[in-house]
Design a protein around this ligand. Sequence first.
Ligand code: FAD
Length: 463
Amino acid sequence: MPDSFDVIIIGSGPGGYVCALRAAQLGMKVACVEKRATLGGTCLNIGCIPSKALLQSSENFTAAAHDFAAHGVTIGEISLDLPRMMARKNEVVSANVKGVEFLFRKNKVTWLKGAARIAAPGTVEVDGTAYTAKHIVIATGSESVPLAGIEVDETRIVTSTGALALQTVPKHLAVIGGGYIGLELGSVWRRLGAEVTVIEFLERIVPGMDAEIARAFERILTKQGIKFRLRTKVAGARLTDAGVVLTTEPAAGGEAQEITADVVLLAIGRRPNTAGLNLDGVGVALDERGRIRVDAHWATTIPGIYAIGDVIAGPMLAHKAEDEGVAVAERLAGQAGHVNYGVIPGVVYTWPEVAAVGQTEEELKAAGVEYRVGKFPFTANGRARAMGDTDGFVKILADKATDRILGAHIIGPDAGTLIAELATAMEFGAAAEDVGRICHAHPTLSEAVKEAALAVEGRALHI
Ligand SMILES: Cc1cc2nc3c(=O)[nH]c(=O)nc-3n(C[C@H](O)[C@H](O)[C@H](O)COP(=O)(O)OP(=O)(O)OC[C@H]3O[C@@H](n4cnc5c(N)ncnc54)[C@H](O)[C@@H]3O)c2cc1C
């Protein structure tokens, strides 16, 4: 008799491991299959956590090199110990992945080590051994999208995985793709001394984010020394002794050019990871972009099989995967698990950070919604001045008739933390006036949020 579970979850990323923990909390007998040597998926091993560790370290390096002196802190010549920085990043990853292992033990979740294949509804094979389950949840995540003509070797032409583990600082790093992963990792290596050129097919960076914020972001990153080649497509790459030579062409067509870089980071997006699962065999349908098709309750086209996280539609973000994991576990337990896709914050962890929740101005215009805008710059915020971090602004979009907050966009210090207040406000259906009337501690960056809310009614006080 094969081992049998209430639920087998395939993949231990933030979608899978959180689903496993919640299902165990709700009294189910749970197994989670993971083929990687450590738990935690892309996010903990090669995504969110190592990138944030390097962003923090490189931020500290830049602050010491350029900012401390203005505060009257003189530290003489500083130098970079890259092996130590990388070792610290690995320690941070290790602590996090061991944390998930501990949580599995604490919640009695069985880790089935190996690669899973769905033999039939209710049966999962892990490296050939069969297990049965009442429910199967697919949480196999995503992988970097390849580009024709660019062969990744993870040394000279790298994905984010290679860019998180370079042994030396490249003289010139070319980043293909102006999305958040390219900009975060481009920032890391720029701060550590690399010349960085971002090549983007579209006429703007961070597609999907509010266009005004994207323009401000590009200006700030340009000030930090990152170069941008927008409306440019990469047609091919060749390895030479002088470096990787990229052939680029104007996106609209035209004469080809070449860029030579020591390292090229390919960061044009991620695609769902479904290989080897036997989805075809069991009849689980995919959509036109290769994502697993699910209904409003994460059920696939085959009864008893569910899917969550990067492998289905929606923003490829860890917290979106986590919330789906919780919701599907609750559904399996007969509860009313739910995710509000209208209020999922997105953050770019550069410095300044960029954060958004809800709709952009472009989306509101396209939907014909009448709205008002309230903006407040960090140059007018006392705490930002005290920190010496005055780049950026808070922008709140509110319904013209009801004042309900429809979207919020922040570029500035700690934007990723500040956005939580506006996500909370949106979940409670708050009006901009509600946020403007809340007492915010002084002096804090959050006062810029309050002032932007007041600005919706044209009554900001400190500008
Ligand atoms: C460089 C980088 C930085 C990022 N930074 C952020 C960030 O700051 N914030 C944020 O919200 N998101 C960030 N992301 C995105 C985030 O990592 C993903 O959205 C998130 O990990 C998706 O979670 P998931 O559970 O769907 O899948 P994943 O985390 O991808 O986990 C899937 C797991 O399934 C396993 N698996 C796959 N197939 C099988 C199989 N057949 N059998 C067994 N196991 C299998 C894989 O080994 C993997 O461990 C980042 C991503 C990258 C690459």
